[in-house]
Ligand binder design. Structure first.
Ligand code: KIV
Ligand code: ZN
Length: 492
């Protein structure tokens, strides 16, 4: 096995072929920059021949992003010319070698395809650029023909041969054997590109590394055609932690890069996705949490900090007293042993009734038990509000509050009605240090009359609280959440 593996990222090329994904040039630059910052060795920025837009995007990335930028080209001169004109540092050229593709996709003979492959590589090399060659659908190709093509392109000057499992039909032991056989015959570097049609992409990529590949093609969040490509996060962390093989990836950038790609592509990461899913470092079961609080390794295969994520204790019906205690401490609430028992029982009862218990519910339950914020003693109360929202104008909100028994008024504009209203509330309260750190909006039911469920995080002088507001109108839900939060934070 190689001592170090190069990471070739194809989020912006194969990843962008994910159904429904269309990135703007700016989006692509942002992602490319994040990939470069994370230490990816090669970024496949796109397929310049595909469109003028794609050409411009690749050219801009090649100009602005400081790592090896690769362009994809079919084994055709105009495609390669397009990569050269886009100023990439590396050309990845490909042609299919499987009987299915030869017959139905290209209607060409093996000899014709061999010629095209060799000529394409020679053309790239003659133009002074390094070349990666991919025999597309390699894993379904006739093996002796595949080897003939690999040796031909090696002789033609290819720097790397990439072995694509184009339709994701391999399994790990088979992949290991397949790559080992190629490794014996070919001297140049070997790369691997696995699709996830049977959920084997990461395992097959690692099997290829075991058999001698020293580069892997991966995509952030496993994006890519159909079921996607091998996932960057999983491949890198498995290499680093399980195989103890180094990469150049700054692993602490992994979580934020995944979030950026999630946001810009609009493809949500499954909660139970390894490494970067919402639940990847979440612990709910009481037994687990108890042990985790003593020693994190008991139920954690890797530390969340390694990938820039954080451990979360979820409050649900499986929560135990230690989990509730840890959560309360995190929120900054001190409770006695009896109070802790009471709070835990209430949380478990709610969970048992099928209710999802959020952090803010815990605050409410705890406050109820402690009697810290008696309902009638609210510091801030809404008396009146008016919202003026004209097309083309900034919305303006006027608020009247009762703050500690005194009437306070304020009018503010904002980028939207929620922003204007919350700004007016903050001005009327007059506490300059109060900040709204997080704002999260969920629709509880479908349709435009859905109940809006707003969760916010408010802080003041180093203290933080969570609060929630539910209303059929999103502005009112936000107002309720903010005023709930203010009543809590001003009491802490
Ligand atoms: O899946 C595939 O075969 C590809 C090639 C272009 C490498 O994406
Ligand atoms: Zn692919």
């Amino acid at each position: 096995m190689a001592g170090k593996i190069k990471i070739f990222d194809t989020t912006l090329r194969d990843g962008e072929q994910t159904p429904g994904v269309a990135l703007t040039v700016d989006n692509k630059i942002q992602i490319a920059q994040a990939l470069a910052d994370m230490g990816v060795d090669i970024i496949e920025a796109g397929f310049p021949m595909n469109s003028e837009f794609e050409f411009q995007a690749v050219k801009k990335i090649a100009k602005e992003v400081d790592t090896t930028i690769c362009g994809l080209a079919r084994a055709l001169q105009p495609d390669i010319d397009s990569c050269i004109k886009a100023d990439v540092n590396l050309v990845h050229t490909f042609i299919s070698t499987s009987p299915q593709h030869l017959k139905y996709q290209m209607n060409k003979t093996q000899d014709e395809v061999y010629e095209m492959a060799v000529k394409a590589v020679e053309y790239v090399v003659d133009h002074g650029l390094p070349c990666i060659f991919s025999p597309m659908d390699a894993t379904r190709s006739d093996f002796s023909y595949l080897l003939r093509v690999c040796k031909g392109v090696e002789e033609a000057g290819a720097k790397v041969i990439n072995v694509p499992d184009t339709v994701g039909v391999m399994y790990p032991s088979q992949m290991r054997e397949f790559i080992a056989k190629i490794r014996k015959e070919v001297k140049i570097d070997l790369d691997v590109h696995c699709h996830n049609d049977f959920g084997m992409a990461v395992a097959n990529t690692l099997a290829a590394v075991e058999a001698g590949c020293n580069q892997t093609q991966v995509a952030v969040n496993g994006l890519g055609e159909r079921a996607g490509n091998a996932d960057l996060e999983q491949v890198v962390m498995a290499l680093e932690v399980l195989y103890k093989i180094k990469t150049n990836i700054k692993t602490e950038n992994i979580y934020k890069t995944s979030k950026l790609v999630e946001r810009l592509t609009g493809v949500r990461v499954m909660p139970n996705f390894p490494i970067v899913g919402d639940n990847a470092f979440a612990h709910e079961s009481g037994i687990h949490v108890h042990a985790m609080l003593k020693k994190a390794e008991t139920f954690e295969a890797l530390k969340p900090e390694m990938v820039g994520a954080r451990r979360r204790f979820v409050i649900g019906k499986h929560v135990g007293i230690h989990g509730v205690d840890a959560k309360l401490k995190e929120i900054g609430m001190d409770v006695s042993k009896e109070q802790l028992n009471d709070i835990t029982k209430k949380v478990k009862d709610l969970g048992g009734m099928g209710k999802k218990v959020f952090e803010e519910d815990l605050v409410a339950i705890a406050e109820d038990v402690i009697g810290k914020v008696p309902e009638k003693e609210a510091i801030v109360e809404l008396i009146d509000m008016k919202l003026n929202f004209e097309l083309g104008e900034k919305p303006v909100a006027s608020i009247v509050l009762n703050v500690r028994g005194k009437e306070k008024k304020a009018t503010e504009e904002g980028v939207g009605p929620v922003d204007a209203t919350l700004s007016a509330i903050r001005s009327a309260v007059g506490e300059k240090d109060i900040t709204l750190d997080e704002f999260h909006l969920d629709a509880i039911t479908g349709g435009s009359d859905a109940l809006a469920d707003v969760t916010i995080k408010v802080s003041n002088a180093g203290k933080m609280t969570l609060a929630r507001g539910v209303h059929e109108d999103v502005v009112m839900a936000s107002v309720i959440a903010f005023i709930n939060g203010l009543n809590r934070i001003l009491k802490i």
